[in-house]
Ligand binder design. Structure first.
Ligand code: XIL
Length: 342
């Protein structure tokens, strides 16, 4: 019988995992119950899942995850009210069915912006009102900063139609609907890279100065055994904590490959690679423990290597093994390293 991750980290921070509705029963559910005390929906609470068509809400898959967490005394987090992926196209179509981004007439652009922000506000209010008593921690916006795009803001339909007002609207509506007790996060990947980190910092500071309610930064932390350095990850968190913000590790996993690596270990992962992964997980969690005062929780993007978005990821189409449990749901060297670091 192996130790429990969540118990090992009790008193430091919660340990979480992203799940699908189907994971709420069977062997994987048992693994989750033993090792995590925080749950997030991997897909079921994204805009396209919750509101696939205007005014048609699809609660059932999301509710199953909420019920599972509540039945097992686990905290929940919400992912995500706003994103440029997995969002219904209907949000961005004008009343004639034409893409709002193509509009050139200034008056129509203004009307489109207003309509988009109304749709956004309705989505946020409806969802927050439904789950506010069950979910404390909310990703309000996801991946809105992109240093390579104009103004360093991701050139999504949201931004191209509404500028940064969509971000302000989402946070304000979430606070109004959810009250003072829910915690509101801006979530992104690559937050360790100085360019990304500094642009998020600048954006958050600008919004906070305007009175926009933001409580913390979610660091996806999709990393690899090759990088980035642990010190760079922690440095970014320290910077945000100086603004009085919480930091959450929201989507942790550690790929065996560099992004452009053409290798594929398949089901035959070399020992030394698993050891390397374990060593880096150890270093990471030792740093998390030392910095527990600025870290509100650590959530893995999955629990075992048979189910991870990095398997057959479209770009590289390879087998990966980024989590603490293997394809048979057995503890990997990385699991023991994380236990040792508690
Ligand atoms: C991923 C899911 O894991 C996949 O199942 C889905 O096909 C695509 O989205 N950053 C995020 C998450 O914020 O929502 C993404 O989740 C992974 C990258």
């Amino acid at each position: 019988d192996i130790p429990s991750l969540a118990e090992a980290y009790a008193g430091l921070f919660p340990i979480g995992a992203a799940i699908e509705p189907a994971h709420t029963s069977g062997l994987r559910a048992e693994l989750l119950k033993k090792h995590v005390n925080m749950i997030v929906a991997e897909n079921a609470m994204k805009p396209a899942s919750l509101q696939p068509a205007e005014g048609r809400f699809n609660w059932e898959p999301a509710d199953r995850i909420v019920e599972f967490a509540k039945a097992n005394g686990m905290e929940l987090r919400f992912h995500t009210l706003v994103w440029h992926n997995q969002v219904g196209d209907w949000f961005f179509l004008d009343p004639e069915g034409k893409p709002m981004v193509d509009e050139t007439d200034p008056e129509k652009r203004e009307a489109n912006k207003k309509l988009l922000l109304e749709r956004l506000e309705r989505h946020v209010r409806t969802v927050v009102e439904r789950y506010k008593d069950d979910i404390r921690s909310w990703d309000v916006v996801n991946e809105v900063v992109e240093p390579g795009d104009p103004d360093g803001m991701r050139a999504s339909p949201w931004y191209r139609i509404a500028g940064i007002d969509y971000i302000e609207t989402a946070f304000r509506a979430a606070r109004e609907a959810g009250g003072p007790d829910i915690k509101l996060y801006i979530n992104d990947y690559g937050t360790d890279s100085p360019a990304k980190r500094d642009r998020i910092y600048e954006l958050v500071k600008e919004l906070l100065d305007k009175g926009v309610p933001i409580d913390g930064v979610g660091h996806q932390t999709h990393i690899s055994i090759h990088g980035p350095s642990v010190s760079q990850i922690i440095e970014s968190m320290k910077k945000f904590s100086e603004l009085g913000l919480d930091n959450l590790v929201t989507e942790l996993d550690m790929s065996l490959y560099a992004w452009n690596d053409r290798r594929d270990y398949g089901s035959d992962i070399p020992e030394d690679i698993l050891r390397k992964q374990a060593d880096r997980y150890r270093e990471l969690f030792e740093a998390f423990r030392e910095n527990k005062d600025i870290i509100g929780g650590v959530v893995f993007w999955g629990i075992a290597d048979d189910h991870t978005w990095l398997n057959n990821f479209p770009v590289q189409n390879r087998t990966d093994a980024p989590l603490l449990f293997d394809r048979q749901l057995h503890a990997k060297p990385a699991f023991w390293a994380v236990i040792d670091s508690a």
